[in-house]
Write a protein that binds this ligand. Structure first.
Ligand SMILES: Cc1cc2nc3c(=O)[nH]c(=O)nc-3n(C[C@H](O)[C@H](O)[C@H](O)COP(=O)(O)OP(=O)(O)OC[C@H]3O[C@@H](n4cnc5c(N)ncnc54)[C@H](O)[C@@H]3O)c2cc1C
Length: 362
């Protein structure tokens, strides 16, 4: 009949099957007809892992069932070392992080989501979203060699923010992260964060990954140029001096969303909602993004119970605790980026917690 718009192919299309997409799938309302697509295949053994440190914050752990043994990296519960090279301060303290293998985590999250969802999911791996247009209250999706329509779109495509860009919203500001997979001559049990403001206003890290493997990384403002080896050299040298006998085996780089102000987050518009890193939901103080991806994927899926005109409001409402936490982390990041402020904090820590903090003697 002329003038009658055909029903969309799907009630919801989810772009990206990382933590945000998987947790959206798991929490979709029962019987929802959903399309899940990902440019990669997160279930394939030969797929490339998302570049990540694989540290799960306490918030992330609360959102997850117990991690299977094969997903865990050792030491599973690490302690943190704080190396402030600007102020020559060393600290060692417990931290509630859990250590995991990121590729295995993504595989397990997606497998769990597909097994437990009560929605009707069509999963299309190795399928890229090329474009998305909102027309007459539906989203028209251009995929590799195909088209589809959906009543709404959840953009879970990470820093690439495919849906967010298609909706005309600029992506969140970012840093360029570099991480080296390293071989260790002997295991080192601590997660280390290294502050050296002449090299980066962010920080560098060492993360032990079971036995004689570890990752060394750092993130840099976009105008800082160099190969992975050149950029990480100051951190690798420091770690050698600190007693870690490590050899980088391979270097990889990737964007890390780095929102400094709430206005740089974008949760969606119309019938497009952005989740996880696509929304800019990454802590700018720690680089933690998995907890926000899980929480926002779940919140967006649950918001689908509401009529389209209330979708965004319901999503934003459900995400209020995470947004408040992120705002606190934005303030913390601005303070951590200033060596002068860290000097004041360090003086207090040396005074009040002498068992945990001391002068760095390296
Ligand atoms: C070096 C580094 C270290 C990090 N370390 C930690 C850490 O230790 N702990 C922590 O919590 N966070 C860490 N993060 C951040 C964390 O990795 C991200 O915030 C998290 O992966 C975001 O999850 P997501 O589901 O939003 O996106 P992603 O995990 O990036 O998943 C996005 C998915 O979308 C797919 N995709 C992208 N574009 C398209 C398209 N056009 N069409 C179809 N599919 C598409 C991708 O293939 C991918 O599978 C780190 C990040 C970096 C760069």
């Amino acid at each position: 009949m002329a003038g009658v718009r055909p029903a969309p192919d799907y009630e919801v299309a989810i772009v990206g099957a990382g933590p945000a997409g998987a947790w959206a799938v798991k929490h979709l309302p029962p019987d929802t007809a959903a399309l899940l697509l990902d440019a990669e295949d997160r279930l394939a053994a030969d797929g490339q892992a998302k570049l990540c440190g694989g540290m799960l914050t306490e918030q992330a752990q609360r959102l997850l069932p117990e991690l299977p043994l094969e997903v865990r990296a050792e030491p599973f519960t690490t302690r943190i070392e704080y190396h402030d090279l600007d102020n020559r301060i060393f600290g060692r303290m417990p931290v509630g992080y859990a250590n995991c293998h990121r590729k295995k985590l993504d595989h397990w999250l997606l497998e769990t989501a597909l097994a437990e969802t009560r929605a009707r999911i069509e999963y299309r791996p190795r399928t890229r979203l090329l474009d998305a247009r909102e027309e007459d209250g539906q989203v028209r999706l251009a995929l590799d060699g195909a088209e589809a329509t959906a009543r709404c779109l959840l953009d879970c495509s990470g820093w690439r923010a495919a849906g967010r860009r298609a909706a005309g919203a600029p992506p969140a500001p970012h840093l360029n992260a570099v991480q080296a997979a390293c071989k260790l001559e002997r295991p080192y049990p601590y997660y280390i964060s290294i502050f050296r403001s002449a090299v980066t206003p962010f920080f560098g890290w060492f993360i032990p990954k079971s036995g004689e493997e570890g990752a060394v990384g750092a993130a840099f403002p976009p105008d800082v140029r160099g190969s992975g080896a050149e950029l990480l050299a100051p951190f690798l040298e420091h770690l050698q001096v600190a007693g870690l006998a490590l050899t980088p085996v391979s270097f990889r780089g990737c964007r890390l969303s780095h929102p400094r102000y709430s206005r740089e987050l974008w949760l969606g518009a119309g019938c497009v909602l952005a989740c996880g890193e696509a929304a800019g939901l990454v802590s700018p103080s720690s680089g933690d993004g998995i907890s926000y991806a899980l929480a926002s994927g779940k919140a967006a899926a649950e918001a689908l119970r509401h009529p389209p005109q209330h979708l965004l409001r319901a999503y934003r409402q459900a995400l209020r605790p995470e947004l408040a936490e992120l705002r606190r982390n934005m303030v913390k990041a601005r303070l951590l980026a200033r060596p002068g402020w860290r000097r004041v904090a360090a003086a207090l820590l040396l005074l009040t917690q002498p068992a945990k903090f001391r002068r760095l003697s390296l």
